[in-house]
Design a protein around this ligand. Structure first.
Ligand SMILES: [Zn+2]
Length: 198
C-alpha cells in the first residue's frame, strides 16, 4: 500500500484533512516540515493526511515552544479539543481557554493562527452545516419520551462529517442546548453517546 493510501485509511472513510477536518485530504503532510527538519521526513509519526489549503498555510511554518516542542496541535498525538474550541455562533475555531493558566491555550492560539482556522469561509460553511444537522438530530430525539441510544449514536455519527461530536463530548458543546437537555433528561443515553466517542 502506498503512503497516501495508508494515510487515507487512517483518516477514516471520509478521508478528511487531519488538520481542518473539512476539506478532502489529498496530500501527504510532514508535521515537522521537510525544511529545516529533513531527518524527520520519513518517520511514520511525522506523516499525516492534509488538504491543499492547510498545507499551503502551514508551508514551512512550525513554531516551537521554549523547550523546542511544537506548538502546532498534532491531531495524531493529542485530542485537538483540549486546545481548540468551536464557536457555534461564527462556526470558527478559537483557542480553548485553559483554566489552569487562566489564558487561552498557546497551542490553540498558534494552531488557529497558522492554519487560519478563524478566517476560512469554506471551513465555516462546512462546520455550520454539520453543526446544524447534529442539533436537529438531538432536538428530534428529545421530542420522544424514550430515546434509543444506539439509534441516536448511529444517526449522530452519520451526520458528523467533521468530527465535531468530539467538541460536544470533550469541549464546551456539552453545556449548550440541546446537549445540556440531553445530559439532564437522559443521562444514560448521554453516557452511551460518550462511550461510543471515546
Ligand atoms: Zn485542511
Amino acid at each position: 500500500m502506498t503512503v497516501l493510501k495508508t494515510l487515507k485509511a487512517m483518516a477514516g472513510e471520509r478521508e478528511r484533512c487531519m488538520y481542518c477536518g473539512d476539506s478532502h485530504g489529498t496530500d501527504i503532510e510532514h508535521f515537522w516540515p521537510k525544511t529545516p527538519y529533513p531527518g524527520r521526513m520519513f518517520g511514520w509519526p511525522n506523516m499525516l493526511l492534509c488538504c491543499t489549503e492547510c498545507g499551503r498555510f502551514k508551508g514551512n511554518l512550525f513554531p516551537l515552544d521554549a523547550n523546542g516542542l511544537p506548538l502546532l496541535v498534532d491531531p495524531t498525538a493529542v485530542n485537538p479539543w483540549d486546545f481548540l474550541d468551536f464557536n457555534p455562533d461564527t462556526y470558527n475555531f478559537v483557542a480553548r481557554f485553559d483554566l489552569a493558566t487562566n489564558a487561552p491555550s498557546l497551542h490553540g492560539v498558534k494552531t488557529v493562527e497558522l492554519l487560519q482556522l478563524d478566517r476560512r469561509e469554506a471551513l465555516e460553511a462546512g462546520y455550520r452545516k454539520t453543526h446544524k444537522r447534529i442539533l436537529i438530530v438531538v432536538e428530534l430525539a428529545l421530542q420522544e419520551d424514550t430515546i434509543d441510544a444506539d439509534a441516536l449514536c448511529e444517526q449522530l455519527d452519520e451526520v458528523d462529517d467533521h468530527g465535531l461530536l468530539g467538541w460536544y463530548r470533550y469541549g464546551t458543546g456539552q453545556n449548550l442546548s440541546p446537549f445540556c437537555e440531553l445530559r439532564a433528561k437522559h443521562p444514560e443515553v448521554w453516557a452511551a453517546c460518550v462511550a461510543v466517542l471515546t
